[in-house]
Design a protein around this ligand. Structure first.
Ligand SMILES: Cc1cc2nc3c(=O)[nH]c(=O)nc-3n(C[C@H](O)[C@H](O)[C@H](O)COP(=O)(O)OP(=O)(O)OC[C@H]3O[C@@H](n4cnc5c(N)ncnc54)[C@H](O)[C@@H]3O)c2cc1C
Length: 474
């Protein structure tokens, strides 16, 4: 029997796909597959869906988020998906400006204009007074490889950390510490001395080439209500089955080393015609059987690891900033944050406060988090609060924290360390009835909301192609 004949459904109904993992990658794949007439069963370990973008209400009814999520203008597939769901208008686009808040209330910003790229960055270069002309000029010559580097050049830069690349090009050290440090920490929660140069070049190159790529948007409220919830509803309404509380233990193999089923921790076995994992990489490593890892396609996945990160949310008794946008901070442990009291109408409306009485509701990415994970919530909140006091010396001393929440993600996005990019697998695997989705798989946007959606849709398309090939007898 060939692998293809082995894949033909024997039950006479539509082909059944079992998807492990209910984050954006798994949900995006499920949607594409139900749209194409497949019978889909999605297994999620937690009681809630959405994975790293999940959100839930606490006992007071306030939304708690796994992480601060912003949308970039460069994204494509997540917007297609949201348009299909009719939810694209839930993204609120903010002014195309990056504001950096520093110790002792110091500030600098980069604003862009509606000019063709890279001229759109001109105001950012000329209006910024924090960096001197000499400092800015050191960045100037590095723009050439960022803008015009070939794919081969970019791939080679994966052998270096961003810090090495920065120093090799003679770019000013102050720019590394004040501008690029919060950028790499907000991108992948890794400092410049650990992150691959390729990631920063990919992102910076996209921002330079596409005028609106670095523009940022926020959901008008919680991801559950405006992103993952509508996606789950769509899947279920169109015949998909979503099961929470299903902790996948392992993938089962038949004698040809095709996948024959999924075993859950409680002993249940779930079977289908095709299987897809949309798990974080550290979880995939655990559920892959060792026989599969004999093939380097799967064995190399053990080289990946997740980056720790912490999210802190703080409710204050007054407003400490009126900036309706993302904020960066190079000094301390809060590289990127936002005041939802300004950015996210559902949240300030939740507080039933009129505009004049609005209160800050700050959400912070805390990174690098490796040495902070073991601290108590109180200690983490106290350290973040010290940072806030320093960034807002005029308004913060009068403010009081009325409530706070700390969410630790010990292994979040995959670590984009030098040398790892070449091991990112395709969504199609050497096992004909098995497909991979997740930010670590090959696509342009790494581990991000766009990367997850793109990987899920690619995995679904690869499955469709296999299925059609099989139906055509290829
Ligand atoms: C703090 C933070 C901030 C972020 N900010 C941004 C941002 O601003 N912009 C952006 O684009 N991206 C951001 N990201 C990245 C983005 O959230 C992720 O890249 C994306 O959500 C990953 O989706 P995924 O489906 O690939 O993985 P996940 O979301 O990790 O989904 C995997 C799912 O598998 C489930 N699972 C795990 N093990 C099992 C098992 N054994 N059995 C069954 N199910 C299992 C998990 O519970 C989870 O639901 C951020 C991430 C974090 C952590």
């Amino acid at each position: 029997m060939t692998a293809a004949t082995a894949l033909k459904p024997t039950h006479g109904g539509p082909s059944r796909v079992v998807i492990c993992g209910g984050g954006l990658a798994g949900l995006a794949a499920a949607k594409t597959l139900v749209d194409n007439g497949f019978e889909v069963e999605l297994l999620e370990q937690r009681p809630i869906l959405g994975g790293k973008v999940s959100s839930w209400r606490d006992k007071d009814g306030d939304w708690i988020e796994t992480g601060l999520h912003v949308f970039f203008g460069a994204y494509v597939e997540i917007y297609e998906l949201m348009r299909e769901l009719g939810t694209y208008n839930r993204i609120l686009w903010k002014e195309h400006k990056l504001t950096y808040t520093l110790d002792k209330g110091e500030r600098f910003s980069f604003r862009t204009t509606k000019l063709p790229s890279p001229l759109h960055l001109m105001p950012a270069v000329f209006e910024n007074k924090y960096f001197g002309l000499g400092e800015k000029l050191t960045l100037g010559k590095s723009l050439f490889p960022m803008l015009f580097g070939s794919e081969k050049y970019y791939a080679e830069q994966d052998n270096y950390t961003y810090q090495e690349w920065h120093q090799r090009w003679g770019i000013n050290e102050k720019m590394l510490k004040k501008m690029f440090l919060p950028m790499t920490l907000s991108l992948k929660f890794m400092p410049p001395e650990e992150i691959s140069a390729k990631v920063v070049l990919d992102v910076a190159g996209t921002f330079l080439r596409e005028p609106d790529a670095s523009k940022m948007g926020f959901l008008k409220g919680s991801p559950q209500e405006h992103l993952t919830g509508p996606l789950c509803d769509y899947i279920v309404k169109n015949g998909g089955k979503i099961r929470t509380g299903c902790n996948v233990k392992t993938l089962l193999l038949d004698e040809r080393k095709n996948i024959s089923g999924i075993e859950l921790m409680d002993g249940e076995r779930v079977t289908g015609d095709y299987y897809m994992t949309a798990l974080p990489i550290h979880k995939l490593q655990r559920v892959l059987p060792s026989e599969l890892k004999e093939n380097p396609f799967f064995g190399d996945l053990d080289k990946f690891e997740g980056v720790p990160v912490i999210t802190v949310q703080m409710w204050l008794d007054r407003q400490v900033t009126f900036i309706d946008n993302i904020l960066f901070c190079p000094d301390g442990i809060i590289p990127v944050y936002a005041d939802f009291g300004n950015t996210t109408p559902d949240y300030f409306l939740d507080q039933k406060a009129e505009m004049a009485q609005r209160r800050s509701r700050l959400e912070f990415v805390v990174a690098p988090a490796k040495n902070l994970m073991h601290l108590s919530d109180e200690e983490i909140v106290a350290r973040v609060w010290d940072n806030v006091q320093s960034c807002f010396p005029n308004s913060a001393p009068k403010a009081k924290i009325t409530k706070s929440a700390v969410v630790r993600v010990p292994q979040s996005v995959f670590a984009t360390k030098p040398g790892i990019d070449k091991y990112r697998p395709t969504q199609k695997t050497p096992v004909p009835n098995f497909f991979l989705a997740g930010g670590y798989t090959q696509q342009r946007f790494y581990d991000s909301m766009e990367g997850a959606v793109s990987s899920g849709r690619r995995a679904a398309r690869a499955l469709l192609e296999t299925h059609r090939g099989q139906a055509a007898g290829r």
